[in-house]
Write a protein of this length. Structure first.
Ligand SMILES: Nc1nc2c(ncn2[C@@H]2O[C@H](COP(=O)(O)OP(=O)(O)O)[C@@H](O)[C@H]2O)c(=O)[nH]1
Ligand SMILES: [Mg+2]
Length: 169
């Protein structure tokens, strides 16, 4: 029998970077009978590693989830941050970094994956990979480029998030 672990991932990013798309493309709704908290809105993704199965609960801050509720939930177990921006909009990178700095002041440090989404928008690209990698390095984060349109790294980005959290335990 594989060991089953529950991790939580707080998804951060400005409007329209693609967070809902990333979640919806590959998350399944949590079975209704299983709920480890009240008043929290999340989806889950199951990650199969060699000796472990990981349930990633994906949380978005927003109307349904206040910082207070998220804080209460994250205190209960292993957590990661997924910082999402849109490679076709320069300010979306600044925005997510600012958001992260505010939120990590409240919620503390956890493993980070920086996600450059919309990598399919080649002509419209404003943020070069090299620039994003530098920012990631400063944060101690891993940088991954994704596209919900082509499917690029959509599975991988959740796997490495899970692995990073596992390494931090
Ligand atoms: N070209 C492209 N568009 C995307 C991608 N991901 C999301 N979008 C589009 O960006 C818009 C905002 O996406 P949404 O998931 O609602 O963003 P959210 O506000 O971060 O939750 C929608 O029109 C999506 O179809 C992507 O990888 N590539
Ligand atoms: Mg959304």
């Amino acid at each position: 029998m594989k060991k089953v672990l529950d991790f939580k991932v707080l998804m951060l990013g400005g409007a329209d970077v693609g967070i809902t798309s990333l979640i919806e493309k590959h998350a399944e709704d949590f079975p209704a009978e299983y709920s480890f908290d009240i008043g929290i809105d999340f989806s889950t993704k199951k990650i199969e590693l060699e000796e472990t199965e990981i349930n990633l609960a994906l949380l978005e801050l927003g109307s349904a989830n206040t910082l207070e509720v998220v804080e209460k939930t994250l205190r209960k177990g292993p957590t990661g941050y997924m910082l999402v921006f849109d490679v076709s909009r320069t300010n979306s990178l600044e925005e997510v970094i600012e958001q992260y700095q505010k939120i990590s002041d409240h919620l503390g440090k956890h493993p980070i994956v920086l996600v450059g989404n919309k990598a399919d928008l080649i002509e419209e690209r404003q943020i070069e990979k090299k620039k994003a990698e530098e920012v990631a390095k400063e944060l101690g984060a891993l940088y991954v480029e994704t596209s919900v349109i082509t499917g690029q790294n959509i599975e991988y980005v959740f796997e490495v998030m899970a692995e990073k959290i596992m390494e931090s335990l």
